[in-house]
Design a binder for this molecule. Structure first.
Ligand SMILES: Cc1cc2nc3c(=O)[nH]c(=O)nc-3n(C[C@H](O)[C@H](O)[C@H](O)COP(=O)(O)OP(=O)(O)OC[C@H]3O[C@@H](n4cnc5c(N)ncnc54)[C@H](O)[C@@H]3O)c2cc1C
Length: 388
């Protein structure tokens, strides 16, 4: 897949785009699938991405990062995904966890985790979703009970991605007592995955990707003061530092899948001939692909606009939500059309499209569902009342 720009790249950003595409292209979609099927981490690729400075491109230089921007990380994630390598862990470890710790962590916490997240030697999972709270994070019940100079954490998270390959998990907890408005204040902790009392159970899922999902149990997991991110009780505010990066990079995964699928589809449509002309000459084949291209370019524009607003320190919430929504829908339509263009071969694993179906489909639901994005837009952008 050739690197392709959608906004006017600076010389540096164009170089970044080409370098990521070249590095990930060496591995490619077959490698991604081999790792997914063998239930193995893409360790060699992750190591190279880290060593090249791509995973921490947006993190502070002082803590081993590249001192760049969210737009840079967006380029990294999109280019990797456009090679048929949509790594969910890129969204979780560097984009969500790295961004939150960089913004709100103590100097000790930053020193402990950021250099490793940046160079790929450490990975961090993120656990907010719970079986009985789901989209409503205010209702989480995983609780941080004060215990000596630290806390003891108890509760259950689910759909936590990649905790089996992570060195730590950034967990969202609530305090034992409700605040004045009846809501329990939230706090964030970084918990090493070898902590006594922490365990997890695999959730078998349809997705074919190297990262797996787990139900995670915190059974009186003891953490010291060094594990707290920012201020106790300010977790909701701190989580926001990771939400826009999460939505922007999730959009980039979707947009990368769309670019990958379009390249496959157009190559096939130029080569395959069953009547007198290549199938791509039939408008019934060409127009849906042209429409998918338009949808992809619009989604990419929105993702980079959101990243630009984020980098400028402006309110990027609406743009990030819209970008994530648009990209998830348009990449699934594009992948579907790419499969249709391949006829029966669209279903054959050899053609490297069908195996991405559930990864693309998942992005309509995670990390934030399309309904919760529509709620955000209805309420915040249009001023409509909430039903809940
Ligand atoms: C592959 C995968 C990886 C994931 N990785 C992680 C991870 O690493 N860490 C983590 O914390 N979570 C992770 N998640 C969880 C994901 O973020 C949640 O699945 C998602 O936020 C929805 O929560 P839920 O599944 O509990 O659905 P629910 O909240 O139960 O919602 C079910 C349905 O109802 C809709 N709905 C709920 N409330 C409303 C409302 N008010 N208005 C309209 N519709 C509504 C939802 O949109 C959804 O369609 C992952 C999920 C998947 C599938």
């Amino acid at each position: 897949m050739t690197p392709s720009t959608i906004v006017a790249d600076t010389e540096e950003r164009a170089a970044l785009r080409h370098a990521v595409a070249k590095l990930v292209g060496k591995y490619g979609h077959d490698y991604f699938m081999q790792k997914a099927q063998a239930h193995e981490e893409p360790a060699e690729l992750w190591k190279e991405l880290g060593e090249a400075g791509f995973l921490g491109v947006h993190l502070s230089e002082e803590y081993g990062g590249g001192g760049g921007t969210m737009s840079d990380l967006a380029v990294v994630v999109e280019e990797a995904s456009s090679q048929g390598v949509p790594l969910l862990m890129m969204v979780i470890s560097p984009a969500i966890c790295g961004s939150i710790i960089d913004k709100h962590g103590s100097p000790e916490l930053k020193q402990r985790w950021l250099p490793g997240i940046a160079d790929g030697t450490l990975k961090m999972a993120f656990a907010i979703t719970e079986p009985d709270a789901g989209s409503n994070s205010h209702e989480i019940t995983t609780t941080a009970h004060p215990d000596g100079d630290g806390w003891s954490l108890s509760g259950t998270k689910y759909w936590t991605s990649g905790i089996d390959e992570a060195d730590a998990v950034l967990v969202v907890t609530r305090g034992p007592e409700p605040g004045p408005k009846g809501r329990h204040p939230l706090s964030l902790f970084v918990v090493p995955t070898d902590s006594p009392g922490l365990s997890w159970q695999h959730i078998p899922a349809a997705l074919q990707q190297p990262e797996h999902q787990f139900t995670v149990f915190f059974d009186d997991v003891r953490v010291g003061p060094e594990a707290l991110v920012g201020d106790e009780g300010s977790g909701l505010r701190h989580v926001f530092a990771g939400l826009n990066p999460e939505r922007i990079t999730a959009a980039c995964i979707s947009n990368g899948i769309a670019r990958y699928a379009l390249e496959k589809a157009t190559t096939y449509a130029r080569d395959r001939q069953v009547w007198t002309v290549p199938i791509g000459a039939h408008q019934g084949v060409a127009h849906p692909l042209a429409e998918a291209y338009i949808g992809t370019q619009l989604s990419r524009l929105m993702a980079f606009r959101a990243a630009e607003l984020f980098d400028a320190g402006q309110d990027a919430a609406e743009a990030s939500n819209i970008a994530k929504f648009a990209a998830a829908d348009s990449s699934l339509r594009t992948l579907d059309q790419a499969m249709q263009t391949h006829g029966g071969n669209g279903m054959a694993l050899e053609y490297g499209l069908a195996d991405l179906w559930f990864v693309a489909r998942m992005l309509k639901t995670a990390p934030v569902s399309r309904e919760m994005v529509l709620n955000f837009v209805a309420q915040r952008s249009l001023g409509l009342p909430a039903s809940y």
